[in-house]
Design a protein around this ligand. Structure first.
Ligand code: ADP
Length: 621
């Protein structure tokens, strides 16, 4: 785990300012959880102020009663009234706080859901390749991941800022009316100390990127070491000490970082002590002089002295609260950045997808592409031209990294071409409503995702309106019926053990068949299969091929495979090599051509032939 030991980080410039972020949160709360505003920010704030005033006047009132030689019962009644009022206010504050706390959590979960919505709606290329979006997402997830994240904790900051501001105003009025000189003493000893402390405290924020990086590394190591998917490798390769070393080196970095911080922060404590000493000393001298020269009473002395401490606390509280609010708003700004992030292309604007009643014709016209993100990303595809006719079955072949998957991503509109254009029934994809266009496709991608839900929900890719009969049919097509029906809960069996304790595990091949069933369930006009049989055994693979005609009946299909025997089922084959379409034609045509396809085919067939001969030889002898 590495990190940079930089003293100076570039200053973070949030896209949205502090006030704008507070307004955003305030409006959100008014719309979804008004309790936060009316109970938390108004009622509880006023109760805090009241509580403080009761505390301020309690001791001076008791001493004043004694000074006035009031009867004991009156003194006791005064004490009881003050204590009773304090308890009542405190109780009410805590009682209302319980409700309000729940509203804060609810609002945070609403924000989480807004971010989730945006991440699901945003264009694929923004989500996967845009570093700025990724960084804003990471910050947003920190800001919403716990009660102490900015999306919830900001209310605490706003509330204490408001309490301090109201108390400050009350004390200013009281002190100006009685002893304005005390006001000057307090301000002179609090404000400079605060700003110096703030400068020191800002060290943590100036170095936030550094500590974030270390913490990110630590949590990655922790997550990986605990993940079910790592369990086999940890045991097989004895990786545990590796995780230990990485974790320890992360902890050492964090330790060194905190030690550097502690050496800086110690000056803040020293400064706090010096300024408190100056403030209290000056206030004592002034008040004692007032007692000796002007005959100030003990109760007044106590009241003013308490006000000095309190007032100074409010000034620091306001200044500290403002800087805390600014910091919280950096995270809230990241949340808003995610929510308002401009898309690489509009997902819902544009023309309707032109339908003809048959699968659409897709045409690549001089398409070149390199991945967005970095200026110097190389071209993955250059000058690609081909047509996927309606109902055609197209195979894309080529060595690893040739750009097959990239071509599929372009075809479905996950990315726009860097040069050239792709049309659907003659209309440029860029002009079509992208979300509507996705409905034309059903796909099995290489990275298989089984969602936390039942088998049926996974096939239907939905929790509602699952057509059980259709699920069964698709499962049958994918040759998984026996397995699913052997499980105690059948189609209602839960999958994903990371989420459900009683979930079932499926093998790699079974997972692949399940996503094939999902692709078939969607019944889209164009089927995309990116190595859909890679995890299947040869018999299962051959059974799927036998059903391939049936599966793709009436549809267009694009099929990526390394097993060239499977491409025979296709009408046309594109061979990608050196970023271009090097060969194009049917299986027979390409074999006759005697080029790269024929060479790859020969290598694979001889491998299978040799293996079969060996197996036959072994058995026969
Ligand atoms: P294939 O499917 O033929 O194995 P891919 O289309 O997955 O190949 O990848 C083609 C090339 O594009 C590879 O060199 C790969 O490293 C690169 N590539 C894939 N995805 C990205 C990405 N998101 N950003 C940058 N380069 C990528």
């Amino acid at each position: 785990m590495k990190t940079k030991n930089k003293e100076k980080e570039p200053k973070q410039k949030p896209k949205f300012g502090t006030l704008s972020c507070v307004r955003f949160m305030w409006r959100l709360a008014l719309r979804h959880e008004p309790l936060i505003i009316f109970v938390g920010m108004i009622t509880i704030t006023l109760l805090f102020v009241l509580n403080n005033l009761i505390g301020l006047f309690l001791s001076p009132m008791i001493i004043s009663s004694i000074e006035q030689a009031l009867p004991v019962y009156k003194v006791i009644i005064t004490i009881l009234i003050f204590i009773g009022a304090g308890m009542l206010v405190d109780g009410l504050k805590n009682y209302l706080g319980g409700f309000e706390w729940y509203s804060r959590i609810t609002l945070r979960s609403i924000i989480i859901s807004m971010i989730g919505d945006k991440c699901a709606r945003v264009s694929y290329s923004t989500f996967t390749d845009d570093k700025k979006f990724g960084e804003a997402c990471r910050k947003s997830s920190n800001a919403t991941g716990s009660n102490s994240g900015a999306a919830e904790a900001v209310w605490q900051t706003i509330q204490s800022l408001m309490v301090n501001l109201i108390n400050f105003a009350i004390y200013v009025v009281m002190l100006t009316a009685i002893e304005p000189i005390l006001l000057i003493i307090i301000l002179a000893t609090t404000v400079p100390g605060y700003f110096y402390s703030k400068y020191i405290n800002a060290w943590g924020y100036r170095h936030r990127a550094e500590s974030d990086e270390i913490n990110r590394g630590l949590s990655c190591v922790l997550q990986e070491s605990m993940h079910i998917q790592s369990a086999k490798d940890i045991r097989m390769f004895g990786i545990r000490p590796w995780f230990d070393d990485m974790y320890k080196s992360g902890i050492r970095l964090l330790d060194a970082f905190h030690n550097r911080g502690a050496r800086v922060y110690i000056w803040k404590n020293i400064l706090d002590i010096i300024f408190t000493f100056l403030r209290n000393g000056a206030a004592y001298i002034y008040l004692i002089a007032m007692v000796l020269e002007n005959g100030m009473s003990a109760s007044e002395f106590l009241l003013y002295f308490s006000m000095v401490g309190g007032f100074s606390g409010f000034v620091s509280g306001i200044l500290g609260g403002m800087s805390d609010l600014r910091n919280k708003c950096l995270d809230i700004s990241a949340i808003r950045e995610v929510l308002t992030y401009p898309d690489a292309f509009p997902m819902d604007d544009g023309k309707d997808v032109p339908h003809t009643g048959c699968p659409g014709v897709i045409r690549f016209e001089n398409v070149s592409f390199r991945y967005p993100g970095k200026e110097d990303n190389p071209y993955v595809l250059k000058n690609i031209n081909f047509t996927l006719s309606s109902g055609e079955r197209l195979a894309i072949v080529g060595v690893n990294g040739a750009g097959k998957t990239t071509l599929i991503k372009l075809l479905v509109g996950f990315y726009d071409p860097t040069e050239g254009r792709i049309t659907y029934n003659g209309v440029d994809l860029k002009d079509l409503k992208r979300r509507e266009y996705y409905k034309e496709f059903s796909a099995v991608f290489q990275d298989i995702n089984i969602f936390a839900g039942t088998v049926a929900e996974n096939v239907a890719a939905s929790m509602i309106d699952v057509d059980k009969e259709k699920v069964k049919k698709c499962i049958e097509y994918a040759d998984l019926t026996k397995k699913i029906e052997s499980m105690p809960k059948g189609y209602d069996t839960l999958l994903n053990r990371n989420v459900y304790e009683d979930a079932q595990d499926l093998s790699g091949g079974e997972r692949q068949r399940l996503v094939l069933a999902r692709a078939l369930y969607k019944e889209a006009p164009i089927l995309l299969l990116d190595e859909p049989t890679a995890a299947l055994d040869p018999i299962a693979e051959s059974e799927i091929y036998n059903k391939y005609n049936d599966m793709t009946n009436g549809k267009s299909a694009v099929y990526i495979s390394h097993r060239l025997a499977s491409t025979r089922f296709c009408d046309k084959i594109l061979l990608l090599d050196n970023n271009i379409v090097a060969e194009e034609g049917s299986h027979e045509e390409l074999i006759r051509l005697g080029g790269k396809y024929a060479e790859l085919y020969e290598v694979q067939s001889s491998y299978y032939r040799d293996n079969c001969e060996n197996v036959e030889g072994g058995d026969g002898k």
